[in-house]
Design a protein around this ligand. Structure first.
Ligand code: IPE
Ligand code: IPE
Ligand code: MG
Length: 254
């Protein structure tokens, strides 16, 4: 296959771990884990088999991020728009956090990983919420990689809610409108306390953001691959980081 353009990799490269410059590893990597359904369809399997296979990639990439000393790995697991999908599929997706954490929580605790969630807890089924909250509790004292699941997350809803919260504080006299800065606005968002992603990876070949961190991605380096999430490997992850390290981030300057 051909390299379509810089930043869109359709070809696997045997990039090795050794080629990564350890002092330039992105602090915050965000991933739109896409293509589970198509991966399954290509194999004649039901879509949920793709979601199940995708869970293994979550484990692999979490471990790869941990090995490299990435500080935050945000994984887009379920969007506010994904509720539109058929009930069976939504039900299955809502069981995955439980399944993933029942298999992996012990190791995450041992590896000093801290689990966190960005999104609306309201609206999640009880069994999903309790699995997430148990993982947050069990890892709350950990100081290593932050494994941040964007679950029931949508950026436009986040920004509207952030504005509503600001207006309420203004009306109550707690916030002076003239004092609103980018940092103040950040503090009203679901991602409050997290730095903006340095690198955003999207699998599946779609070249869009799909309502993911629209504000936070302002100067993030974007990297797309046509690989489906279940087939995305540690080497592919390393390749994305290598390419990130070759980019020049200008932030509008020279
Ligand atoms: C990503 O895979 C997982 C979620 C969005 C929950 P998809 O389910 O979107 O798979 P495709 O894009 O239909 O192949
Ligand atoms: C984005 O994927 C959401 C997640 C990966 C959770 P979608 O599959 O929902 O995005 P669209 O519909 O292709 O834009
Ligand atoms: Mg999709």
């Amino acid at each position: 296959m051909v390299q379509l353009f810089k930043g869109f990799s359709s070809k696997r490269k045997p990039e090795t771990l050794q080629e990564i410059e350890r002092d330039k590893v992105p602090k915050h990597i965000a991933v739109i884990m896409d293509g589970n359904g198509r991966w399954a369809r290509r194999r004649g399997l039901p879509r949920i088999a793709g979601h199940h296979a995708g869970m293994k990639t979550v484990k692999k990439i979490t471990m790869a991020a941990d090995e490299l000393g990435v500080e935050i790995l945000t994984l887009y697991a379920f969007s506010t728009e994904n509720w539109k999908r058929p009930k069976d599929e939504v039900d299955y997706l809502m069981k995955l956090p439980q399944e993933f954490l029942s298999l992996e929580l012990k190791e995450l605790v041992e590896k000093n990983v801290r689990v966190r969630m960005t999104g609306w807890k309201e609206g999640l089924p009880d069994h999903t919420l309790s699995a997430v909250e148990e993982a947050e509790r069990a890892t709350s004292g950990n100081t290593g990689l932050i494994l941040n699941f964007a679950l029931n997350y949508g950026s436009r809803k986040e920004m509207i809610e952030g504005m509503q919260l600001m207006y309420k504080d203004i009306a109550a006299g707690r916030l002076d409108p003239d004092s609103i800065t980018e940092n103040v606005y950040d503090s009203y968002l679901k991602t409050s306390g997290l730095p903006d992603p340095d690198l955003m990876i999207r699998t599946s070949g779609e070249l869009r953001i799909s309502n993911f961190m629209l504000w936070q991605l302002a100067y993030t380096e974007l990297w797309f691959t046509s690989l489906y999430w279940p087939e995305f490997s540690k080497e592919d992850f390393h390749q994305a980081i290598r390419e990130y390290q070759q980019r020049i981030r200008r932030y509008g300057g020279l």
